[in-house]
Design a protein around this ligand. Sequence first.
Ligand code: FE2
Ligand code: FE2
Length: 188
Amino acid sequence: MTHMINIQPRKPRFDLSDVPVFWNDGDPVLTRFFDALSIHFPDGERFFIQSVRNYQDLVTDPKLREDIKNFFRQEAQHGIVHDQYNAVMQSQGIHVEKVIARFKLFIRLSQKHLPAKYLLAMTAAFEHITAVLGEGAMEGEGEMFKNAHPAMRAMFMWHGVEEVEHKTVAFDVYETAAGGGISPAHLL
Ligand SMILES: [Fe+2]
Ligand SMILES: [Fe+2]
């Protein structure tokens, strides 16, 4: 069902000029976990937008139509900001482009060979995961980032808040405009 949370797109700026290599508490594991997410976010989020866009014209509920627009705005902005951070990582010697090239291939093949409804179901599932991660990011007022570089902490907190705000949009589109269903037969 369409939820009543206000989906508010924001355009914050983050000063990433002095982000250290291990920006999360000097801890390689705590840092690279989030770096791995960041590498996949921009193309993943563009994939989510496209998967919902395939069904946008079939959505009749005015609230959901509005939610979709704000979902697009939020995800597009996440992509822009994570691209900026990924460029910082690249400049620090991480092979960001190599990982992204493989991920783009996965997305291209998925879009070529899977039905639109399947892509939307994937999007709803991934949006569930990002909302859970977002909730985790906010837990204890950002406990996971308590000793992180302040701009990185702010970036992941902002992203987390917005993932929670728009968490039901792809699922609502799946359930209404795409016909819904939970068995593999429904995905084709
Ligand atoms: Fe996002
Ligand atoms: Fe999202």
